[in-house]
Design a protein around this ligand. Structure first.
Ligand code: XLS
Ligand code: NI
Ligand code: NI
Length: 436
């Protein structure tokens, strides 16, 4: 069945870099083998249900700009939305999608009724997944839009909200498992605070720790094999979000003994909001052993908001995928476009064009990264820079075989006077430029 929403547009094909067809891939050829793997299997693209199908185009100064035939809060609308969504995934050849409960079903007046509606839509999705081969990258719960969550979900001062949030996450994990989701994401949209005048920070941290422990325990008891991911973000909507950045999340996981259970979903725009580069967050997650997945959407660098734009900066993306490849590539994770159109981009075609552009840029970035790795363009100079640590004395100092006094004694005896060496930053930047 075809809804007709996209008119007579056919499946988007790879036409190569010379093509001027806006509805074709110029760099993303899913079957192209790069570093021993098909591009589709490297990149594992996912479309975010919320931005493309649930968001009405509002901004702080104005409401809905998009007119979509499925807008409205009936189950018929929800099913039409699903029909169009799967049509778009298929047209794009996007292998995965992601959703929140609130994106896919209208909320009812009781928890039980909302849950039943989610089940009904999950059955509808299951059928579509089977027919199309499209898979669920991750499921998640929206614990931030409804007013009941205004003071937090797990970190709410009211234990009833904690319980409601727990029941919601349980339901969403059940549905994610049923749909064979490969991950489950927790983004703490209201887990933070506006002012310490009304906030018991220590207690709220304990609540968040307990909540996550309950989730991990449940995952194991039902045999959900997917990865639990936390998505860090420093602020917005709350002034101070608890899951500030990768380092903060790691400290939190360590405190509650969950560092081997939970990984991170790193969003490009959130990294920037936290005052980091995307590649910093990726490299750190890899170094700490918690790299999981990415949300590949950028912010406007001037506005300071999480504007969730489709990515288009290939040199930046090459450095990001360089870190992804250094981490061994995605295991259960993937490249989710947590990105929305600009509110003036009204046409159905705009949805396709935005994703095509994003996917093409990712493909270019990944290919550049793979070539840099193959040529040891950066790893060669890096190895050289740290080569001194291969010496017997270097190894002895690091392995705990020397005391501070012994090290000091050797400096005097051997008359050690270190000679500074160039960090060669400009040389390395020029090297990167050859690949992008
Ligand atoms: C918001 C987040 C959100 C998560 C999923 O800034 O990026 O969209 O990815 O809840
Ligand atoms: Ni975001
Ligand atoms: Ni996100």
């Amino acid at each position: 069945m075809n809804t007709g929403f996209f008119g007579d547009i056919k499946k988007i094909k790879y036409e190569g870099p010379e093509s001027t067809n806006p509805l074709a891939y110029r760099f993303y050829n899913p079957d192209e083998v790069v570093a021993g793997k098909r591009l589709e299997d490297h990149l594992r693209f996912a479309v975010a249900y919320w931005h493309s199908f649930a968001w009405p185009g509002g901004d702080p100064f104005g409401g809905q700009t998009f007119e979509r035939p499925w807008f409205g809060d009936t189950m018929e609308n929800a099913k039409l939305k699903a029909d169009v969504a799967f049509e778009m995934f298929s047209l794009l050849g996007a292998p995965y999608y992601c959703f929140h409960d609130a994106d896919v079903r209208p909320e009812a007046s009781t928890f039980a009724e909302s849950a039943a509606r989610l089940d009904e839509i999950a059955d509808y999705f299951a059928d579509k997944q089977k027919k199309t081969g499209i898979k669920l990258l991750w499921g998640t719960a929206n614990l931030f839009s409804h007013r009941r969550f205004m003071s937090g979900a797990a970190t709410n001062p009211d234990p009833d909200v904690f319980a409601y949030a727990a029941a919601t996450v349980k339901k969403c994990i059940d549905v994610t498992k049923r749909l064979k989701g490969e991950n489950y994401v927790l983004w703490g949209g209201r887990e933070g605070y506006e002012t310490l005048l009304n906030t018991d920070l220590k207690r709220e941290q304990e609540q968040a720790g307990r909540f996550l422990s309950l989730v991990v325990d449940y995952k194991h008891r039902i045999g959900f094999k997917g990865t639990i991911l936390i998505e860090p973000k420093p602020q917005e909507p709350t002034k101070h979000q608890y899951d500030y950045d990768v380092a903060t999340v790691y400290g939190f996981l360590k405190k509650f003994g969950l560092e081997n259970e939970v990984k991170v979903n790193i969003e490009q725009g959130h990294a920037i909001l936290a005052g980091h580069s995307f590649e910093h967050e990726l490299a750190l997650a890899n170094a700490l052993g918690i790299f999981g997945s990415i949300d590949m959407n950028r912010n406007d660098y001037q506005s300071g908001w999480d504007t969730d734009q489709f990515p288009n900066n290939v040199p930046e993306m090459a450095l990001a995928y360089y870190q992804v490849l250094q981490a061994g590539g995605f295991k259960t994770g993937g490249t989710n476009f947590d990105a929305k159109l600009r509110r003036q981009s009204l046409d159905p075609q705009d949805l396709l064009i935005a994703h095509i552009g994003g996917m093409d840029c990712c493909a270019r970035g990944l290919k550049a990264a793979a070539r840099m790795i193959e040529d040891k363009a950066l790893s060669g100079p890096l190895e050289e820079r740290y080569a001194g640590w291969k010496s017997a004395e270097g190894k002895a100092m690091l392995s705990g075989k020397r005391t501070l006094e012994e090290i000091a004694e050797r400096v005097v005896k051997k008359k050690i006077e270190p000679q500074p060496k160039s960090g060669r930053q400009e040389f390395l930047e020029n090297v990167v430029n050859r690949y992008v």
